[in-house]
Design a protein around this ligand. Structure first.
Ligand code: RIB
Ligand code: CA
Length: 310
């Protein structure tokens, strides 16, 4: 099986942590590096969270800290969901390793320029690092095989009625990425809200009984609690791993090419991903928008991902 080379840009975050878990040991994925951005919590917290998850899982993947601020607007965090640490719940041993010295934006530029154009950039947080890399060195743009992002929605948001967190947290960065001209897959709330991690799912993964399953259970204990408190559902939507699952098995998602634009002008709809589902505008499609997900297949991929660990 040919591996898909990826760089995972994330803001751990509970669901980001599961995306790392799924990508780091899967035979279909070659996780070249993890780049981290401020999002669910401050950069200082999200970067160390990524390192803690990698060390807990025993995976040897470099972690590069990136941008601590959005390109233009003020930073927002999601402590209400992910806690003060950004990864409340699991108890990790003291860190043994260290973050990379190189900035994530520099790593993205260097790695993409040195590549054969075969790297997929997966973003599961605000898109600041990737957008800044494009602005700093436009020569990387044709070297990006595809951008697969968790973010946006063509229905309702989760921060405002219009906007989803990863997009509104840095809408300007999302705009740069949506208009870069490379293939883009948008994995929005429309599909991630269909993979709710119900108690029976947690019990299923707990039965695997290895270090990955124990991490999954501890992550979901917090994540599902805060998701119920805020949104009222019985299971937390496992947003970020859907990006990785779609690279492992493209049939898990149904996508539709659309013209999708990030609203960086208005007030009430600021940060909305305006996806032209019915083609009203007659504009070229720039994004493959996920419109459905095979829920059973997704959870099978998650369970297999957990079983990849000792
Ligand atoms: O809106 C959900 C997204 O925002 C997820 O990526 C979550 O981790 C947060 O980053
Ligand atoms: Ca995230």
């Amino acid at each position: 099986m040919e591996k898909t080379k990826i760089i995972l840009d994330c803001d751990p975050g509970h669901d980001d942590a599961v995306a790392i878990l799924l990508a780091a040991k899967h035979p279909a994925i070659d996780l070249l590096g993890i780049t981290v951005v401020a999002g669910n919590q401050t950069l200082e917290k999200t970067a160390l969270n990524a390192l803690r998850v990698a060390e807990w899982l025993g995976v040897d993947v470099p972690v590069y800290p990136g941008c601590g601020q959005p390109m233009i607007r003020e930073k927002m965090v999601a402590g209400d969901i992910h806690g003060e640490s950004g990864l409340d719940g699991p108890v990790f041993p003291p860190l043994r390793g260290e973050l990379e010295e190189e900035h994530a934006v520099s790593y993205l530029i260097r790695t993409l320029l040195d590549s054969d154009g075969d790297i997929t950039v997966v973003t599961t947080g605000p898109m600041t690092n990737l957008a800044m890399a494009m602005r700093l060195e436009p020569a990387i743009i044709p070297m990006i095989r595809r951008i697969v992002l968790m973010g946006g929605s063509y229905t309702n948001g989760n921060v405002t009625p219009a906007a989803e967190f990863n997009i509104i947290a840095d809408a300007d960065a999302a705009h740069v990425c949506f208009t870069c001209g490379r293939p883009v897959t948008m994995v929005g709330l429309d599909v991630t809200r269909k993979v709710l991690c119900y108690p029976e799912i947690v019990e299923r993964m707990a039965k695997v009984d290895n270090k990955a399953s124990r991490l999954f259970v501890d992550l979901m204990a917090h994540f599902c609690k805060t998701q119920k408190e805020i949104f009222g559902w019985e299971g937390g939507p496992l947003h970020d791993p859907v990006t990785i699952a779609s690279l492992i098995d493209p049939t898990v998602l149904t996508t539709k090419p659309m013209n999708a634009q990030v609203d960086i002008r208005s007030t009430a709809s600021y940060g909305r991903t305006n996806c032209d589902f019915f083609g009203y505008l007659g504009l070229p499609a720039n994004v493959d928008v996920a419109i459905d997900i095979d829920v059973e297949k997704f959870w099978d991929i998650i369970e297999q991902g957990i079983r990849n660990y000792d």
